[in-house]
Design a protein around this ligand. Structure first.
Ligand code: PSU
Ligand code: MN
Length: 312
């Protein structure tokens, strides 16, 4: 078994196929943001804008989703539009992917599943908004996003704006360290908290250019260190909601989720939509801005990985 047999499950869009064949930069994008992370029509508009940002920064975008059991690497305009309002789309992590494919279901890929599919297609750089992490109250729920273990095992560089401040950020960083995931702050000494630039938590490593990150990735590969790397890129300051302001909204959202008994996969989508309502749409504007910012960095990193000479 290998890529040859896996290939029969993948539909690689022609533009992505030719970029990969010609050794040009490609950036993977996830689809859970579209189906479970944002309301319509901002979800579809954002997905298109993010793809344009990737192109403007020198790479080919590949939005990933499962449609009727086919793993799509790059979506058509029609598929993207359809996904924006489709109902009954599964939220796919590592555990759900084989069922969705075998049963010919529709599914949006989370960070974990997007990393898996990107790697199957030969794509090494992926931009998202924020990764899943260790949830607050983990001592009772054991709710730790599968995104973290995926970062430990699958060799894809993930660009995010940190982890959502609805999570337990100190424990999220501890877990990443335990699992051996390099965490890089891009032009920051602090691990960003998604809507806010500051978390008060130091980032393990700071790098200030795509070329420096590319060099770290090549060195990691040359050392045969498996697994991914996480690049934390703070939201631009004009777009952020400062942490002290976000705190009250987050506390209310978490209390409301507990009151309504929201658990499992439903937790993150519930909190995001509750925050959208309670901040009067501000949290969504920030979310859109940070994803675009991450897409730009991801494209520049992918381009840098193609240009520079290999390490070692
Ligand atoms: N980033 C966003 N919005 C999102 C997500 C990330 O800006 O909706 C999604 C990602 O797909 C991530 C998921 O993998 O939230 C985490 O879900 P959970 O906490 O259930 O693992
Ligand atoms: Mn979870």
């Amino acid at each position: 078994m290998g890529h040859d047999t896996v290939g029969r499950f993948l539909d690689v869009a022609p533009k992505v196929r030719s970029a990969l064949d010609e050794g040009r930069a490609v950036v993977a994008l996830e689809s859970t943001i579209i189906t479970h992370g944002m309301p319509h029509p901002q979800n579809v508009a954002t997905a298109r804008e993010v793809e344009a940002v990737v192109r403007d920064n020198g790479a080919v975008p590949a939005t990933i989703a499962v449609i009727a059991g086919r793993i799509k690497i790059g979506l058509t305009d029609e598929e993207l539009d359809w996904l924006g309002t489709a109902t009954g789309v599964m939220k796919l992590s590592r555990a759900d992917l084989p069922y969705a494919v075998a049963s010919k279901r529709h599914g949006a890929t989370t960070v974990a599943a997007t990393m898996i599919c990107a790697h199957l297609a030969g794509i090494g750089v992926f931009a998202t908004g924020g990764i899943g992490g260790v949830h607050q109250g983990v001592e009772n729920t054991m709710d730790i996003s599968a995104d973290l273990d995926e970062l430990a095992r699958t060799p894809v560089a993930v660009i995010c704006a940190g982890a959502k401040a609805i999570l337990d950020l100190p424990r999220t960083l501890e877990y990443l360290e335990t699992r051996g995931v390099p965490v890089v702050g891009y032009r920051t000494d602090e691990f960003p908290a998604f809507w806010s630039r500051a978390s008060g938590l130091p980032v393990p490593v700071r790098l200030d250019s795509p070329a420096a990150i590319a060099d770290l990735i090549r060195t990691k590969d040359a050392l045969n260190l498996t697994g991914g790397i996480l690049i934390a890129n703070p939201v631009p300051d004009i777009d952020e909601i400062p942490a002290p302001e976000m705190k009250g909204f987050i506390e209310r959202a978490i209390a409301e989720a507990a009151r309504r008994g929201v658990t499992g996969k439903a937790v993150t989508p519930f909190l995001l939509s509750f925050l959208f309502e309670s901040t009067g749409g501000r949290s969504l504007a920030t979310n859109i801005a940070l994803i675009k910012n991450n897409a730009a960095l991801a494209a520049r990193l992918a381009a840098s990985l193609k240009q520079d000479t290999p390490a070692g």
